[in-house]
Design a protein around this ligand. Sequence first.
Ligand code: PEP
Ligand code: MN
Length: 337
Amino acid sequence: MILVLKENASKSQIDNLIQWLKSRGVETHLSVGKYQTILGLVGDTSGLDEDMLSSLDFVETVKRIREPFKNANRKFHPDDTVIDICGRKIGGGHFQIIAGPCSVESKEQITYIAREVQKSGAGLLRGGAFKPRTSPYAFQGLRGEGLELLMEARKETGLPIVTEIMDASHLPLFEDVDVIQVGARNMQNFELLKELGKIRKPIRLKRGMANTIQELLMSAEYIMAGGNEQVILCERGIRTFETYTRNTLDLSAIPVIKELSHLPVVIDPSHSTGHSRFVRSMSLAAAAAGADGLIIEVHNDPQRALCDGPQSITPDAFSKLVPDIKAILAVTGKRMD
Ligand code: PEP
Ligand code: MN
């Protein structure tokens, strides 16, 4: 980090700042020029508040040289992270498709969809048991019973399961879940993220609908700082002024995150577009842009789905999509296994 100081900065102000930084474990290098004084900060500056430093009346500007995230940063971990979920790998050339309904509705529904998506090549099964709904009157999910039904579907198909947690107090119920999802609305629930940092299980972290890529990486950092390094990032669309789609899918997040971080990135074409008819094109585009996986909502009867029917594709549409994704992966050099 570099601080450019104002011309009127007094020696005592500068000395005080240097001493304070030292007490925070940060060494400094002062360069006094004819017109400008520059203070270079050496060491771990991730705990420093840039805005606080900028607000000092003798500081002109503050420039961060290194990103505030460490564990998620590619600079300190040049190789892609590969996450192994019961033998299914994601990241570093391994591509996975996670498919299933928005919500688990019944034993018949989840096992039928699980079998269908597995036949077509899905590597993992998704299904919400605890649902974050905008309206408290909408279907809230089957909760604990939903988790049990997911586990039964896993037993039938062998597909590892991915499902959302909404509160850290539910963690004991998630002990047997293979991948825990943090939804967009909880991306900055820092207490939840800290609890997920204490466990040793892959976490799929969805980007908040109004969050920057840096904020997503800082949320990943919360989990990783606790020692849980298995984080899968997910772009699921952000809110813009556009209304034809439910959200705006930020596909550029893929190359940007790939440059900044070693963590795998998956794309959610369902929540980002909100319409089943756009899921195919966005899935193919995401694969072409270098994503490490997709999470797609699939429902056997979208019109009667209890949640997110309009964006759910049928098992038939899913079966036609998978071979085309594989064709694109042949170009990007990734494989689905
Ligand atoms: C979901 O995956 O079902 C979900 C609720 O997604 P999001 O958090 O992205 O809205
Ligand atoms: Mn959904």
